[in-house]
Design a protein around this ligand. Structure first.
Ligand code: CA
Ligand code: CA
Length: 103
């Protein structure tokens, strides 16, 4: 059985694997996929998300309907926490100036 994975917005996140092969020899072994949130340097909503779609294909009719029955649905929501500070900050407080001067 082949489990295929895709991310809804490749600019926001990437997957280490696009597909996983489960055979008669490895079906019982876990396989991992690493999801990496892209540091896009854009100020965005504090939490945004992508959808990871999961589907299966197999010559075995029991697994060939395109769904992975042991997952809660065929898509997974992956939340991304923005790391840009979109506000204005002032360093070097307290600010001051001598009379007649400016900062
Ligand atoms: Ca982002
Ligand atoms: Ca960002």
């Amino acid at each position: 059985m082949t489990v295929s994975l895709s991310v809804s917005d490749g600019a926001q996140a990437t997957l280490s694997e696009a597909s996983l092969e489960f055979t008669g020899a490895n079906w019982q072994l876990p396989q991992s996929v690493i999801v990496t949130a892209t540091d896009d340097e854009l100020a965005e909503t504090p939490v945004h998300s992508v959808t990871i779609d999961v589907s299966s294909a197999s010559l075995d009719a029991n697994y060939a309907d395109g769904t992975v029955t042991y997952l809660p649905g065929s898509s997974i929501t992956f939340n991304i926490y923005d790391n840009e500070d979109s506000g204005v900050s002032v360093a070097g407080l307290p600010l001051y100036a001598e009379e007649g001067g400016s900062t």
